[in-house]
Design a binder for this molecule. Structure first.
Ligand code: COA
Length: 389
């Protein structure tokens, strides 16, 4: 049997603020049931002016090094589609903020919401070469759409950090993977734009085609049979999307998509995403955190993962939950990440949405809004300046 490799520790972070969908609905004159039921979202995380993908990534990663140490981390992979720099990896800032050793490689990866799964597979390959090493994978994103566009209700922000290593305490990631790529324009963000462009209907259809393609390849590669999975963890741009995808796969496999089946397979994966919103690369891993925190004992049970990134790439793979995983969970801290956010009214949300870091090359301080451990203190000569509390 090959050496088990997978997710040893998992932590996530989100933002200082939250906008309840009731406030958005009241402003738009939309029936709030469209948000709560139609897309399955209750609220969305909104970053403060002094938060970004780096501060969230460092906040998510710091508890991992506090618990597991730094010495074995020789690689950091930062996955994001809301990158802050075209050249420098956001991971280098995090490496510095959390005090990792210099003998470490750091790189940023991108393929829309899929990139964290590519990072995880890259990490597994490195650990297969040298099982004494650990890889820190950070998925961090701020999802931004134009105000008053259909995508607006599916914004959000969060970072998930995973320590990947041999003999993992949480989930052993298995081979094979089912893969799928198709060149589609369902969602994209040209370099000159802050907000993403999305063709909502096309993105739902592209997601379903990718799920189908990845599942078919998974079975062709000799993967597990459907009945073996205790739960299905999907990428969740909005939680209703996971239900649409699962219904699609159930129908493809000739299985009934009744309410009990859907709740058993997915019901315990959506709670965190429903209140955080779309966190792009982090979303599926927040789904895993929700499942591990909420489900009855999953020891030795296989889980199915469906990672999707617009554009589009998908991967279907399995992971088995390790014995003793419950002693490694961060359930209390995860609840606190959600509970600590301060509610915004609609005007406050709009002000933050319109705010952006000055781009004139001057010296600028950012308003001190966040109460988290790391903050974006300002910018000077086009360089972002971070500080630790
Ligand atoms: N009560 C309950 N449900 C309601 C409702 C109400 N009052 N009003 C509408 N709905 C339902 C609709 O029937 C629809 O459900 P369905 O998809 O199961 O048919 C759902 O709510 C959404 O309504 P719709 O009119 O399609 O919404 P929209 O045009 O505002 O767009 C998205 C919704 C999700 C397509 C849009 O928010 C979007 O583009 N988000 C970005 C998606 C994305 O991130 N994609 C890239 C990553 S995969």
């Amino acid at each position: 049997m090959s050496l088990p490799i997978g997710i040893h520790d998992l932590s996530f972070a989100s933002t200082e603020f939250v906008l309840p969908h009731t406030a958005l609905a009241a402003h738009n004159g939309t029936d709030v049931a469209k948000y709560h039921v139609g897309i399955g979202q209750q609220s969305m995380s909104v970053p403060a002016a002094d938060e970004d993908i780096v501060t969230m990534g460092a906040t998510a990663a710091a508890p991992l090094v506090d618990r597991c140490g730094k010495d074995r981390i020789r690689t950091v992979v930062f996955a994001t589609e809301s990158s802050i720099d075209q050249a420098k990896s956001a991971g280098v800032y995090v490496h510095s903020l959390i005090g990792l050793v210099p003998s470490c490689r750091v790189v940023e990866m991108k393929q829309a919401c899929y990139a964290a799964t590519a990072a995880l597979q890259f990490a597994i390959g490195l650990i297969r070469r040298d099982p004494s090493q650990q890889v820190l994978v950070i998925a961090s994103d701020v999802s931004t759409y134009e105000p008053d566009s259909p995508g607006e209700a599916t914004q959000g922000a969060a970072a998930a950090a995973m320590l990947v290593g041999a003999d993992p305490a949480l989930v052993r990631i298995e081979e094979p993977s089912g893969l799928f790529t198709a060149d589609v324009m369902d969602f994209w963000r040209p370099n000159y734009r802050e907000a993403a462009l999305v063709n909502g209907r096309e993105s739902v259809g592209a997601y379903l085609r990718a799920v189908e393609g990845a599942w078919k390849d998974y079975t062709k590669q000799g993967g597990r049979s459907w009945e073996e999975f205790a739960a299905f963890v999907y990428h969740q741009p909005f939680t209703k999307m996971a239900y649409k995808a699962h219904r699609h796969l159930l129908s493809l496999c000739g299985r009934p998509a009744d309410r009990d089946t859907l709740e058993r397979d997915l019901g315990r994966t959506t709670a965190y995403n429903a209140v955080i919103g779309n966190s792009y690369t982090a979303s599926m891993y927040l789904g895993l955190a929700t499942l591990l925190d909420q489900a009855d004992d999953l020891t030795d049970r296989p889980l199915a993962f469906l990672s999707y990134g617009s554009g589009s790439v998908a991967e279907f793979f399995a992971g088995t939950v390790a014995a003793g995983y419950r002693t490694h969970l961060r359930t209390g801290a995860n609840h606190e990440v959600i509970a600590r956010r301060r509610p915004l009214d609609h005007a406050g949300y709009r002000a933050l949405h319109a705010w952006s870091l000055p781009a004139d090359g001057g010296d600028h301080s950012t308003p001190a809004q966040t109460t988290g451990p790391y903050r974006l203190a300002g910018v000077s000569g086009h360089k972002r300046l971070y500080e630790t509390r």
